[in-house]
Design a binder for this molecule. Structure first.
Ligand code: ATP
Ligand code: PAF
Ligand code: BAL
Length: 291
């Protein structure tokens, strides 16, 4: 455990070790920010760490490729992993502790509990990735209860996940503030994602069309008068013409509870998921100022 003035990244492999570190922070009266990740870190994750550093005395990052949230075995097999690199990046970004448990530590023999959030998980990612959100909400509940942070930081890139985790924390009275962090993008607009590493050069050239379609569609919907169906049909055609292989959804939703909207006449979010070969990209954007 790091107890002297030289701050370097400490690593905890067990829940007991994580709790010891957090207890030491608490004894010193320090606040704690939690940044859950599945590793393969990029500037999007580091923006979460920076936000946590700004708002909390101590930053605990977690690295666990959670098998329960993968709906496709090949996606889990191909998920990029490099803990050494991740630890270096977290250290440089100023995180204090990396919690990197084994599968057996998180799900020991006999593990039999699922946390299931209704409503906000029914559509979009939930409709296309069966079981995904049960896996996310089960592991996030565990991470929150294991570390009991003051704040936990989630990217707006996974917007439905952020809305779901807010619902979960509220419904289960978990005493944590859930903070959303804006999407970090490449210069050409593509939202950073670990899965981008799997794109071929040709697919990478097509990928920014997703962000462009979201931006253009959001601009057309922004004043709340345009009919969403017509705008979104055009957006889906643009994606397919640009080279996307399939569009799972391009949808206009209420920004708070993700119910579908026919027009953006209240705070709204436009969300999309589309395939380039075996890689599934997601992205979203606020519509108007308040989305
Ligand atoms: N481009 C980004 N901007 C802001 N936050 C991000 C970005 N990419 C990921 N995050 C956030 O980082 C956290 C960990 O995400 P995760 O480890 O799944 O990374 P990822 O790049 O989203 O991977 P993938 O989408 O391939 O699963 C989540 O809260 C996620 O929303
Ligand atoms: C929140 C999370 C770390 C839970 O495994 C994951 O869904 C992610 O990386 O967004
Ligand atoms: N980035 C969210 C986690 C997932 O896609 O499984």
């Amino acid at each position: 455990m790091t107890t002297d003035a030289v701050e370097t990244l400490a690593v905890a492999r067990t829940v007991a070790a994580l709790r010891e570190h957090v207890a030491a922070y608490r004894r010193r009266g320090e606040s704690v920010g939690l940044v859950p990740t599945m590793g393969a870190l990029h500037a999007g994750h580091l923006a979460l760490v920076e936000a946590a550093r700004r708002q909390c005395d101590r930053v605990v990052a977690t690295l666990f490729v959670n098998p329960k949230q993968f709906d496709r075995p090949d996606d889990l097999t191909h998920y990029p992993r490099d803990e050494g690199r991740d630890a270096r990046l977290l250290d440089e970004a100023g995180a204090d502790l990396l919690f990197a448990p084994s599968g057996a530590e998180m799900y020991p023999d006999g593990f039999a509990t699922t946390v299931c959030v209704g409503g906000v998980t029914d559509s979009l990612e939930g409709a296309h990735r069966p079981g995904h959100f049960d896996g996310v909400t089960t592991v996030v509940t565990k991470l929150l209860l294991q570390s009991l942070p003051d704040r936990a930081f989630f990217g707006e890139k996974d917007y439905q996940q952020l809305v779901t985790v807010r619902r979960l924390a509220r419904d289960l009275d978990i005493p944590v503030t859930i903070e959303g962090v804006p999407i970090v993008r490449e210069g050409d607009g593509l939202a950073l994602s670990s899965r981008n590493q799997r794109l071929t050069a040709d697919q990478r050239a097509v990928a920014p069309t997703l962000a462009r379609v979201l931006r253009d569609s959001a601009a057309r919907l922004a004043d709340g008068t345009a009919d969403a169906d017509a705008v979104l049909d055009g957006g889906r055609r643009t994606l397919l013409n640009a080279g996307f292989d399939a569009v799972d959804y391009l949808a206009l939703c209420d920004a708070r509870d993700l119910t579908p909207l026919a027009r953006a006449d209240r705070p709204a979010r436009l969300l999309a998921a589309a395939w380039l070969g075996p890689v599934r990209l997601i992205d979203n954007i606020a519509v108007g100022d308040a989305g």
